[in-house]
Design a protein around this ligand. Structure first.
Ligand code: HEC
Length: 127
């Protein structure tokens, strides 16, 4: 024989369920906030990478230059009296051009690093 007890508004089972429900809601909110933070951090780091906002690394550029850029000319090319590069923009364009000539296949960051190396050590253009 099953006896039914009516607790009305004070049904302890319902109170308990209510608590659990609230706990789950709070947990869900925390998870959502966490996911939101992860997503925004990730998006920001990606956009700054796309925008090329990473600071150029002249030392890395020097290593790349020694490895891939000495096939046709040496550093004296950059200090010769009749040199063809007169602005920072000329330099960026020339490094891209010579990257293709050298088949060096530098990434955009690599190109920035090599330009930085040549500018810091030879051309010294203001940006
Ligand atoms: C396939 C041969 C070749 C390779 C490899 C090469 N260059 Fe050049 N580069 C040249 C030539 C030829 C010139 C001179 C062009 C002229 O005088 O009109 C030159 C000139 C330059 C200049 C301009 C020098 C000036 O007059 O101020 C820069 C800067 C330069 N190269 C950078 C690089 C970089 C960086 C690399 C490596 C990615 C590289 N080069 C690899 C052929 C090459």
């Amino acid at each position: 024989m099953v006896s039914t007890v009516s607790y009305g508004k004070l049904n302890p089972l319902r109170l308990n369920r209510h608590k659990i429900h609230n706990g789950a809601k709070q947990m869900m909110t925390k998870i959502l906030v966490f996911l939101f933070l992860v997503a925004t951090t990730f998006t920001f780091s990606l956009t700054s990478a796309w925008a090329g906002e990473r600071a150029p690394d002249a030392a890395h550029g020097k290593t790349l230059h020694s490895k891939s850029c000495m096939g046709c000319h040496d550093n004296s090319q950059y200090t010769r009296s009749n040199r063809i590069i007169h602005t920072f923009e000329d330099l960026s364009a020339r490094v891209k051009f010579c990257d293709a000539a050298a088949n060096a296949d530098f990434s955009p960051n690599d190109l920035n690093d090599v330009v930085e190396h040549l500018n810091v050590d030879f051309y010294k253009f203001g940006k």
